[in-house]
Design a protein around this ligand. Structure first.
Ligand code: ATP
Ligand code: MG
Length: 152
């Protein structure tokens, strides 16, 4: 399966990508967001969640609670940030598996840190910062397949 690749030269492009992901997202999707500090993981979660019908102000990085739920839109969003996760057990005790199988889409910042705890169907969104702050985004997994199909 070919990865889906795009660039986001400005935040408006990140908003457009968020809308495309929101349109392609399905319940039980698990999406790992991977990239350095400030790459734009939270910003993309915001773009996806707003496109699904949530308000931008409600979307904050769940740094201390590790998971936020946004349920005002047409599909729930479960927003994890595992940057401060102590160990695997802490993730499992949050009920990660129930979220994965829930009615919404699960988005996990720093998802590479819990890769071994994610279902096989998980997609990966890798964000890199290039010259002039341009974001290069590479998406692999089932989500990339759906995005590629909608492009054609
Ligand atoms: N094209 C772009 N797409 C997304 N964010 C951008 C873009 N250009 C600049 N930015 C800025 O980059 C920052 C990204 O911050 P964000 O909190 O989303 O990063 P993060 O990957 O979640 O970081 P952390 O690892 O600390 O959680 C924001 O301040 C945003 O305004
Ligand atoms: Mg973040």
């Amino acid at each position: 399966m070919q990865p889906f690749e795009t660039v986001c030269p400005a935040e408006s492009a990140t908003d457009q990508l968020g809308k495309r992901i929101a349109d392609a997202a399905q319940p039980c999707d698990v999406i790992a967001l991977v990239g350095t500090l400030g790459a734009g993981k939270t910003r993309l979660v915001q773009a996806i969640s707003v496109a699904l019908g949530n308000t931008a102000e409600s979307i904050t990085s769940p740094t201390f609670v590790l998971v936020n739920e946004y349920t005002a839109g047409r599909m729930p969003v479960y927003h994890f940030d595992v940057y401060r996760l102590k160990d695997d057990d802490e993730f499992l005790e949050l009920g990660s598996d129930e979220y994965f199988d829930g009615d919404g889409v699960t988005l996990i910042e720093w998802g590479d840190r819990v890769e071994h705890l994610l279902p096989e169907r998980a997609s990966v969104v890798k964000i890199d910062i290039g010259a002039n702050d341009v974001r290069r985004v590479v998406i692999s997994g089932p989500l990339s397949e759906r995005l590629t199909i909608t492009t054609k």
